[in-house]
Write a protein that binds this ligand. Structure first.
Ligand SMILES: Nc1ncnc2c1ncn2[C@@H]1O[C@H](COP(=O)(O)OP(=O)(O)O)[C@@H](O)[C@H]1O
Ligand SMILES: N[C@@H](CCOP(=O)(O)O)C(=O)O
Length: 297
């Protein structure tokens, strides 16, 4: 399962993009007991019992499938996605759990209906679909729920997959600082004025066009009105870097809930990104055209 970057500016809680950094998860049914092994990012930090996010996600998937959990389970997880940086580690882990449980229940992970199920369950567990859908499908994803209004959390998530323009190179600048998504979400207002929502809708629609067809429009297309400024005090250094990159003509945003910064650079602007971002961990990545990749043993 790949990492993901969410929002890309105005696509708050709807637009995501897969990033070429991969977690690896393997599971085996046993006669009894639970064994969890964690390697790489998260090792020594995540719990190794039934409260592990992947195990919880597997249980939720079996419940959604109306399948009894097996007597025993061995889970081996190797994490490459950094935690709490805004690169979707929790969604990657949730997608892994839902995909593993679905496969163990006998469903083929390259089947469109199975992927749609994994996408729906994983997005529901995460609470917003942008990261999970990108990890499930790869590429750029636009996700929506059947329910547009109402007090309950939306259910029945769906996703359209868009192919990014080949000139767009995602570059992430990953700070050492961590920020949990829950903390960053707590900084957001309950509601925004209609005019602000309308302006943001226009930018999000433009983003879908710019990232697939006309990357020269990425600068206006990545301007967000819903979340970044509200969270500025949670990641001041990252916002300063976003501002400096944009001043240098590079479309830059906060990746997910931060604090990682995402630059959607053209191949010609890569040196400008490296010049401005000097000091951080700068990774030039690609966008995988597939998400969950089942591996035979
Ligand atoms: N591979 C994993 N195994 C277990 N828990 C994980 C894994 N990846 C992420 N998590 C949990 O998710 C948390 C990070 O999620 P979150 O705050 O949403 O940040 P992000 O998804 O941007 O990395 C971690 O602190 C950990 O509790
Ligand atoms: N739309 C969410 C995205 C959170 O992404 P993450 O990678 O930080 O988990 C938000 O902005 O809260």
């Amino acid at each position: 399962m790949p990492a993901s970057t969410a929002n890309l500016g105005p696509g708050f809680d709807s637009i995501g993009m897969a990033l070429d950094v991969w977690d690896d998860a393997r599971a085996e049914v046993t006669d009894g007991g639970l064994v969890v092994e964690a390697r790489g990012n998260g090792a020594g930090e995540v719990p190794l019992d039934g409260s592990h996010l992947v195990v919880r996600s597997m249980r939720a998937a079996w419940e959604a499938l109306d399948v009894a959990p097996p007597a025993g389970l061995e889970l081996r997880y190797t994490g490459a996605v950094p935690h709490s940086r805004g690169m979707g580690s929790s969604a990657t882990a949730i997608v892994a759990g839902v995909a593993l449980a679905t496969a163990l229940a006998g469903h083929e992970l390259d089947d469109a209906a199975t992927l749609a199920f994994v996408n729906d369950v994983a997005s529901s567990i995460e609470g917003h679909p942008d990261n999970a859908s990108a990890s499930v499908y790869g590429s750029v994803t636009v996700s929506w729920a059947d329910v547009l209004e109402g007090p309950d959390a939306p259910r029945d998530w769906h996703t359209a997959v868009l192919r990014p323009h080949p000139d767009v190179v995602p570059v992430v600048i990953v700070p050492a600082q961590r920020l949990s998504t829950a903390t960053a979400r707590a900084a957001l207002p309950e509601s925004v004025p209609l005019a602000v929502a309308a302006r943001n809708s226009g930018r999000a629609a433009l983003l879908a066009h710019a990232i697939t067809t006309e990357p020269s429009l990425l600068m206006p297309a990545t301007l967000d009105a819903l979340h970044q400024e509200h969270r500025r005090s949670a990641y001041p250094d990252s916002m300063a870097l976003v501002d400096a990159l944009r001043d240098a003509g590079v479309p830059a945003v906060i990746s997910g809930a931060g604090p990682t910064v995402l630059a959607l650079a053209s191949r010609f602007a890569l040196s400008a990104v490296h010049d401005v971002a000097r000091g951080g961990e700068v990774l030039e990545l690609s966008v995988p055209t597939h998400g969950i990749t089942p591996m035979s043993r």
